[in-house]
Design a protein around this ligand. Structure first.
Ligand SMILES: *Cc1c(COP(=O)(O)O)cnc(C)c1O
Length: 361
């Protein structure tokens, strides 16, 4: 029996995709083998990776002057790869809105001057700072954001004013959740295990002029965007099976009506949960309203014992992985693209019942 899985990542995938993959496990389209077993240089695989890229380009309307790279090492390897490739002046500005942005900022400091130009750490990252007029460094190579903060449940609703500097964004936990204007970014990247596919794949969408030989001295070959761009993500063996599943999810998203339809669906889903959090006498959302994420919804009861009791009872009822991140406690419901609306409706019904049973009449 499948449960309602509210995990922040690796996370729920569309059931249809899993069933298709299962059906193709032993014999992928008459090849007599699984996608896991075939050469990444074969004709069959070439079509899988090319189709995946074409579908992603269509979904996000990626302009021709951007490359799409399927890499490995997770989102965290990009924390180093970005400064190694983009820090020509050895200066970059970071907006620190959570643990992932902070890690990226700390990593960049290994390679050059990383400036923390804004932060919301003063209030446990529960909001997005005003980024309309930040002290952007004159010689900054880029401005960095984590667009959706998986742990804290905040999202940039407007992009920062970078004053003409290249914008770099980690979109791991909001990838393909709504339409984006790719032209506003120099580089967009994300680990796919939050909203797209199996852990191990990281997708990088990068404007061509940012791909150069001029990288920091000592940059490993595998950490150069140029080597992967020149070889169409096949410089070495890519995370082949993971890319195949991502491709299936892109197809599934197209069938759902694309990113505009996903946005509408995600807004509808998130509203059910947020509306209840706003009216509940027991559960409270922890994020400033205007900065709420559509994907990750943290909440608390105000009592650690009651939080633990809720997580336990919810799991027994088939709503799993609702425990908040170990750094913040409480609860977090991650309601990515593949979480059906019934999952959220039933969770809210369960929360109402829990509230009734745990508050004085
Ligand atoms: C999960 C996550 C990461 C880390 O991803 P890994 O693939 O485990 O390195 C980075 N950024 C964000 C926003 C995330 O949600």
């Amino acid at each position: 029996m499948r449960v309602y899985n509210f995990s922040a990542g690796p996370a729920v995938l569309p059931e249809e995709v899993l069933k298709e993959a299962a059906a193709e496990m032993l014999d992928y389209q008459g090849s007599g083998m699984s996608v896991m077993e075939m050469s990444h240089r074969s004709k069959v695989y070439d079509k899988i990776i090319k189709d995946a890229e074409a579908d992603l380009r269509e979904l996000m309307q990626i302009p021709d002057n951007y490359k799409v790279l399927f890499l490995q090492g997770g989102a965290s390897s990009q924390f180093a790869m970005i400064p190694m490739n983009l820090m020509k002046n050895k200066v970059a500005d970071y907006i620190v809105t959570g643990q992932w942005a902070k890690k990226a900022y700390q990593e960049a400091a290994l390679y050059g001057k990383a400036n923390k130009i804004a932060s919301s750490e003063d209030e446990t990252f529960s909001y997005i700072p005003d980024c309309s007029d930040l002290p952007i460094s004159e010689d900054a190579d880029y401005v960095y954001i984590c667009e959706n903060n998986t742990i804290y449940g905040t999202k940039f609703k407007t992009l920062p004013n970078t004053k003409g500097k290249t914008l770099v964004a980690d979109v791991s936990s909001c990838f393909l959740s709504e339409p984006v204007d790719v032209t506003k970014y120099g580089l967009i990247y994300g680990g796919v295990q939050k909203n797209i596919g199996p852990a191990g794949v990281v997708i990088v969408i990068i404007r061509e002029d940012l791909i150069t030989e001029d990288v920091l001295p000592g940059t490993p070959t595998m950490f150069k965007y140029k080597i992967h761009a020149d070889n169409e993500s096949l410089y070495n063996t890519p995370p082949a099976y993971g890319i195949y599943i991502c491709g299936k999810v892109f197809q599934w998203l197209k069938k759902q009506g694309g990113l505009a339809a996903m946005k509408e669906y995600n807004e509808k889903k998130a509203k059910i949960l947020y509306d209840y959090l706003d009216e509940s006498n027991l559960f409270k959302g922890t994020v400033r309203k205007e900065d709420r994420s559509l994907m990750n919804v943290p909440f608390v009861t105000g009592s650690e014992e009651l939080d633990a009791e809720f997580v336990k009872e919810a799991a027994a009822a088939g709503f799993v992985n609702l425990k908040g991140h170990r750094s913040v406690g409480g609860m977090r419901a991650s309601i990515y693209n593949a979480m059906p609306i019934e999952g959220v409706e039933k969770l809210v019904a369960f929360m109402k019942e829990f509230e009734k049973n745990h508050t004085e009449a």
